[in-house]
Structure formats: structure tokens, C-alpha cells
Design a protein around this ligand. Structure first.
Ligand code: KIV
Ligand code: ZN
Length: 515
């Protein structure tokens, strides 16, 4: 029987530390539900001491998640630990995740502590967590650049103080597979017959996060920490979908398995990309658009004759489908709901209603609705709660010999406001009109990208934008068969993201920086 490896998803905590990937509280709760239905074992919900908004969001996630354990991050300080526990204690399966750095470089330049003081901190912090729950994980930040003898001493103190999981972060993505294997083996030996799990937490600065995590599993780690789409601080964390599929595809070699429902990987990846605005490269392993596309004639011939000639896993096994939905204008909610479930989404009633209404509107304009369209509809219409800005109508005039103009009506807190704008092309004009109607005069477009999500000239266009509002970045996305409308929606979405944050404009304090 293969051994079980726990998937610890940190998309909502380390993943959110990707530059520009800030998520609103509603988005985090929605994503947490999706991760729960994906079958991950632990969801790291956030760092509650960081801000009141972060605390409330972690609390909401702990209440919403029914299957997975929900972890909250804290430093070894009493205030951090108590705040983290308050945020998760009413959840079904809370876990405290307490950390402190152990490398000399962090001790000297960041913590200003001696090794003895760090050991005292570990003793204090882990014991305080243990007094609140048996489910305690201890992380030695920058473990891979720590003196191995001191690291083992630190882990021994953590075990004796009550930690049940020891995490070995490769915080700066520095280690190599053989080196990490040796480190994990030494920790395994230290643990001996004590009931403690080793966890790998790898960053991707040298492109080795997944390889290093697998090396740790080979050496005995039974938990891996990862993010959907490999997002995360700097170059990101180990990609969840790559780890899960490597374990499944090479079970013969690794003799390990996970409880993840792999057919929901694509849907979860789309949700993360839509929420964060961090699009997935077409050649990204497992969930990229081209991950199963065979271009050369020889490959196509081989796959047609026998799939296994060039495919080591099937597109269906990760949630890619080739089906054209046979729903049209007259189809019902039930059929749409079935299809969305087959695609890997678990939406609540209100979210389904939103997608259904959008589906009907799209069916009026586009007879052939593909699965890609449905993914886009889910991404575009499952924003929960009332939005401050709502795009009601937009009209634009543009052409080769005229100055582009646009008239936009927005509902701002429910009140209609109409404004005109002109500019260098229809998108520029539409944005000028939106800025005027919203009265957020400092809003400025910084980045813009547009992609057709299906083939054909009637395809929906999806626009992602990065908008600077009073010096704070806000991402937005919009989808429509008319690309000017898609652009206007994306810009309005960014305005809503800005005002929807717990502390509009303020970046959440990061754990490392705060110590
Ligand atoms: O990379 C890291 O060291 C971390 C810890 C806080 C676990 O994210
Ligand atoms: Zn990390």
C-alpha cells in the first residue's frame, strides 16, 4: 500500500505573497472552498496578526472549510499565537503553524538573537501552541542555510515542546535535491520512533522547488507545502499540480499517494489565475493550455495510433475536457450545474445563479459555448457580495480618422453616474470615461493584456489589467465578446478590488518583514 503524503496548500498565505497577487476576503473564502473540494489535507489560511482584515478572513475560512485542516501562521510570540488561535479555534480541524528562523544570517541580521535565545523562543512558542491544540507544526525558516547541527537541535526542542509536524523550509530556493535528501534523512533519524511528520516547503528560485520536494518525499517527508500554479514569494513555491501529478504518475517509483481529486486541478488553477490575475504560461506543466497539445506530425501520428506513445498522463485526469457543451438559450440550470461539476467546480446556489444568468446572456450572442467559455464565466461572475462600482452601459466610437470617444454609465453605491471620455483608441476613451464617472481621478492603467479564450471571431476576449490607485496596485479582469466591454469590465473590477480590500491601498505586512 503506497504511503499517504499530505498536501499542505499555502496559496492563500505564501501564494498571496506573490507581487501583485493580493486577494479580497471573498475571493479567499471562495478559493478555500474550492481547495477543500479538491481534497487537499491542510489549507494555510493566512497570518492573522498581520492586520484586522487578515484575522477576519482567516476566521471566515476556518468557518467555511469542513474537510481540510485550516492552519494559521504565527511567530513564536505570545500575541501572534493567541491571535492565530482565536482566528481558527472554532473551525472543524484547526492547526497552529509557528515559525522562527534558524540560519545564522537570519539570527544576526534579522532577529538579533543568539542561538540559545532562538532555542528558548522555540521552547516557549511551541509549548504555548501545544497548550491550545495538539495540532502544532513548527517551521525552521531558512532551514536549508542553517548549520545542520543547530537545526537538529532546534527540531529536537520543537518535538520535546509538542510539535507534531516539522517543516524544513528552503526559504530562498537555495538547496539541491541530494543535499535536501541528506538533510531530511538526518531529521528522520533524529525523530526516531517519535510520532512526528516531516514537511517540505520549497521555493523555486533555482527552478528546483518540485524536484526538491520529491527528494524530501523519497527521504521520508510525508507532507509537502505548495501553491496552485506555483505562485508565491519571488519565483514562487512548489506547484501543487506538478507535485500531485508527479506522485500519481510515478507511484511505481515513489510508492506514495495523495487524496487530491486530480480532475479538479484545471478548474482550481483557472480560479487562482482569475482571482490573482497571474495568468498561466501556455507551456506550464500539467495545467498550461499546451500541456497536452501535440504539434509535430510524428507526435500526432503516434498519439492517434496509441496515446501512450507521447502521453504519460491523460488530459482528462487533470480536468481538461474536449466536450462542447450542448446547451443553448433554452437549456436549464440543472444541465449547466452538471457540466460545471464535471469541470471541477463546486459553487454555492448564489454563485450558480450568477453563472447561469451570464451563461444565458452569452448564449444570446454566441451559439457555440465551449468549456473554455464556462471557465471564463465562472471566473467573471462568482465575485460575492455587493460591488461598489457596477458597469451599466458603455458606448464607444472609434475609427482610423476620428478621435475615439466613449460614454459610460456606472452605478456607484447604487446611484447612476454617466460621464464621457476621449482618448487614443476606444479602450483609452472608455477608461477615461470610467475614471470620470467613478471620481477616482488617481486611477491609472499600468498593465493591460488581452487574449481570445476560444477560436473564432465570435470568441470571448479576456482582459487582465493592473491599475494604480493612489499608489496601490489593484488587479482586475473582464470577459466579453466585445473587447472594449471586456476592457471596461476589467478596469471596473480593479476599482472594486481596490475598495474591497480590508485596508484599501495598504499591502499586508509580511511575516518575515515583521519579525
Ligand atoms: O518560506 C518560508 O520559510 C516560509 C515559512 C514562514 C514557513 O514560508
Ligand atoms: Zn515560504
Amino acid at each position: 500500500m503506497p504511503a499517504n503524503v499530505h498536501i499542505f496548500d499555502t496559496t492563500l498565505r505564501d501564494g498571496e505573497q506573490s507581487p501583485g497577487a493580493t486577494m479580497t476576503p471573498d475571493e479567499k473564502v471562495r478559493l478555500a472552498r474550492q481547495l477543500d473540494s479538491l481534497g487537499v489535507d491542510i489549507i494555510e489560511a493566512g497570518f492573522p496578526i498581520a492586520s484586522p482584515g487578515e484575522f477576519e478572513t482567516v476566521k471566515r475560512i476556518a468557518a467555511a472549510v469542513k474537510g481540510a485542516q485550516v492552519a494559521a501562521l504565527c511567530r513564536t510570540r505570545a500575541g501572534d499565537i493567541d491571535r492565530a488561535w482565536d482566528a481558527i479555534k472554532d473551525g472543524a480541524r484547526p492547526r497552529l503553524h509557528v515559525f522562527i528562523a534558524t540560519s545564522d544570517i537570519h539570527l544576526e541580521h534579522k532577529l538579533g538573537m543568539t542561538r540559545a535565545e532562538v532555542l528558548d523562543q522555540i521552547r516557549f512558542g511551541v509549548a504555548r501552541c501545544k497548550a491550545l491544540t495538539d495540532n502544532v507544526e513548527f517551521s525552521a525558516e531558512d532551514a536549508t542555510r542553517s548549520d545542520p547541527a543547530f537545526l537538529l537541535q532546534a527540531f529536537d526542542v520543537a518535538i520535546e515542546s509538542g510539535a507534531r509536524v516539522l517543516n524544513v523550509p528552503d526559504t530562498v530556493g537555495y538547496t539541491m535535491p541530494e543535499e535536501y535528501t541528506a538533510l531530511v534523512s538526518a531529521i528522520k533519524e533524529l525523530i526516531g520512533d517519535r510520532d512526528v511528520i516531516i514537511s517540505a516547503h520549497c521555493h523555486d528560485d533555482l527552478g528546483l522547488a518540485v524536484a526538491n520536494s520529491l527528494a524530501a518525499i523519497k527521504a521520508g517527508a510525508r507532507q509537502v507545502e505548495c501553491c496552485v500554479n506555483g505562485i508565491g514569494e519571488r519565483a514562487g513555491n512548489a506547484a501543487l499540480e506538478e507535485l500531485v501529478m508527479a506522485l500519481r504518475t510515478r507511484e511505481d517509483l515513489l510508492d506514495c499517494q495523495t487524496q487530491v481529486d486530480t480532475t479538479k486541478l484545471v478548474a482550481t488553477s483557472r480560479m487562482v489565475a482569475d482571482i490573482t490575475g497571474m495568468t498561466v504560461a501556455p507551456n506550464k506543466a500539467i495545467i498550461g493550455r499546451n500541456a497536452f497539445a501535440h504539434e509535430s506530425g510524428i507526435h500526432q501520428h503516434g498519439v492517434l495510433a496509441q496515446r501512450e506513445t507521447y502521453e504519460i498522463m491523460s488530459p482528462e485526469s487533470v480536468g481538461f475536457t474536449n466536450t462542447r457543451i450542448s446547451l443553448g438559450k433554452l437549456s436549464g440550470r440543472h444541465a449547466l450545474s452538471d457540466r460545471l461539476q464535471q469541470l471541477g467546480y463546486s459553487l454555492d446556489k448564489d454563485q450558480l445563479k450568477g453563472v447561469f444568468d451570464a451563461f444565458k446572456r452569452l448564449a444570446d450572442r454566441k451559439p457555440d459555448i465551449l468549456d473554455e467559455d464556462l471557465h471564463a464565466l465562472v471566473g467573471a461572475t462568482t465575485a460575492d457580495g455587493a460591488q461598489r462600482f457596477e458597469l451599466t452601459t458603455i458606448q464607444t466610437a472609434s475609427g482610423s480618422d476620428i478621435v475615439a470617444t466613449s460614454t459610460v454609465t456606472l452605478r456607484v453605491d447604487g446611484d447612476p453616474r454617466t460621464a464621457d471620455g476621449s482618448g487614443d483608441g476606444p479602450v483609452d476613451a472608455a477608461i477615461a470615461a470610467i475614471v470620470a464617472a467613478s471620481q477616482l481621478s488617481s486611477a491609472r492603467l499600468v498593465e493591460y493584456s488581452l487574449a481570445a479564450i476560444t477560436p473564432g471571431s465570435d470568441a470571448q476576449g479576456r482582459v487582465h489589467v493592473l491599475v494604480d490607485i493612489d499608489g496601490a496596485p489593484a488587479r482586475g479582469q473582464g470577459t466579453h465578446t466585445d473587447i472594449v466591454v471586456a476592457s471596461a469590465r476589467a478596469f471596473v473590477d480593479a476599482l472594486n478590488q481596490h475598495v474591497g480590500r480590508p485596508e484599501a491601498g495598504e499591502r499586508i505586512r509580511r511575516p518575515g518583514a515583521a519579525y
